[in-house]
Write a protein of this length. Structure first.
Length: 430
């Protein structure tokens, strides 16, 4: 009901968009970096030639190649039938081969027609069909995990209706051989996890997952706090807390969360705080000491870095890929303390929907727990759900989805109702 209420309110907001979406005109000074990023994208959305991957200097010494469109394209095997919206994705290298999982559906919002595909490649150019999953409901948040010679795919169940956000728990499937994947089974079914990030570090598997996702858009009443769990496993099926004394590392309005270890064994994390709590709304930037990794200490940030992907370079610099709100100040929390918490939550959500978006690279300072803009990836409209492959030399392959960058400054909601595609590019950080 909360989601239907929000969409109804949004339709009213479109009629009076100038009153709801505060923060100046869409054509503001903050888009100068976007023009540079768009210059590196291919002009033709169907152009999948790797000949376009010449490097340009965009953010100081940081380089990104032109993008190569992956989905939809002729690079996909014939078994893959992309729909209009190609968005949630993950990518991993497993035993010398690359695996890409992605969601395709009629639009951004929930639908029973959604298909989750997995394809693989030995060169990231020619892709082979692995498997697909359909469950007559929405499937999201694909997360691939390679460890101990095994490959797992985790994903979240959602509902059938575009007008509700209905988390239904997490599923897992294991690859047994070429094109041979097990039937998905629930993971910790009684908790109802939504997976967000999986990774293996020095052979140890980790997962960030959260429970209580249904509270994110429950603006009315007293919703349960959302709980973020930092988990590990021995077999890929049964998960437990990395630190048993801290089974929940974050509790409040936070949900999507990613993290990295630093050289001294400490960690730094970024979490989306869309539901709001004592930190306000937007995001939290967190850290934990090496001798107490389950005790996360955080600072609030009024910007919202949706779909955070956190990674680091060999010299201990921390970076984030996350969605950017294209307004004069880029804020999600608009400081409307004159409104009740319920009205603030609704107001900020609607204001965010009627502004353009980019998918951006940010730097994260582990000491000050602050985030600085670096550059925009090719992006527009509905965008930003990145996956990454670390080549180990501060060169990274980034996979992302977007509305066609040549379409310019679409509102986010406009992009969510229109076609999106998946691409890859190479990011180099000297």
């Amino acid at each position: 009901m909360a989601w239907r209420f929000l969409l109804t309110a949004f339709l009213l907001a479109v009629v009076v968009a100038s009153a709801v979406a505060c923060g100046g005109d869409d054509d503001d000074d903050d888009t100068s970096a976007d023009d540079d990023a768009d210059d590196d994208s291919t002009d033709d959305d169907d152009d999948t030639s790797d000949d376009d991957t010449t490097d340009d200097d965009i953010g100081g010494d940081i380089m990104i190649s032109a993008y190569t469109q992956i989905v939809p394209s002729e690079l996909m095997p014939e078994e893959v039938a992309p729909q209009d919206a190609n968005n949630n994705l993950d990518v991993v290298e497993h035993e010398g081969r690359y695996y890409l999982a992605f969601r395709t559906g009629p639009f951004h919002f929930a639908s029973p027609d959604v298909v989750m595909y997995v394809v693989s490649s030995d060169d990231q150019v020619n892709w082979e069909y692995e498997t697909e999953f359909t469950m007559e409901r929405d499937l999201r948040e694909p997360r691939l995990l390679s460890f101990d010679g095994k490959l797992f795919l985790y994903f979240a169940l959602l509902g059938e209706s575009a007008f509700d956000f209905e988390p239904g728990g997490m599923m897992v499937s294991e690859r047994k051989g070429a094109g041979d994947w097990t039937e998905p089974v629930p993971v910790e079914e009684e908790i109802g996890y939504i997976p967000w990030r999986t990774k293996a570090i020095d052979g140890v598997p980790y997962m960030i997952a959260y429970e209580g996702g249904g509270s994110i858009y429950d603006f009315v009443g007293d919703p349960e706090p959302i709980k973020v769990h930092w988990l590990t496993t021995e077999d890929g099926y049964d998960w437990s807390a990395v630190d048993p004394e801290h089974e929940v590392v974050l509790e409040g309005g936070n949900s999507e969360t990613d993290w990295v270890f630093l050289d001294d064994g400490s960690l730094v994390a970024v979490t989306r705080n869309e539901a709001g709590d004592e930190f306000g709304w937007g995001s939290k930037i967190c850290r934990a000491d090496a001798d107490n990794l389950g005790d996360w200490q955080c600072a609030g940030d009024p910007k919202k870095y949706d779909s955070p992907l956190v990674f680091r370079t060999q010299d201990n610099r921390v970076f984030l890929i996350g969605r950017r709100n294209v307004t004069e100040d880029g804020l999600y929390d608009l400081g409307r303390d004159d409104l009740s918490e319920t009205l603030q939550g609704i107001y900020y959500e609607l204001a965010y929907w009627v502004k353009p978006k980019r998918c951006s690279l940010w730097s994260v300072d582990p000491e000050t727990l602050s985030v600085d803009f670096v550059l925009d990836l090719p992006s527009s409209g509905d965008t930003c759900f990145a996956g990454i492959i670390d080549y180990g030399d501060d060169t990274f392959e980034v996979y992302n989805y977007t509305s066609p960058p040549t379409q310019g400054d679409l509102w986010w909601i406009q992009g969510q109702l229109a076609p999106t595609f998946i691409y890859r590019l190479t990011l180099t950080i000297p």
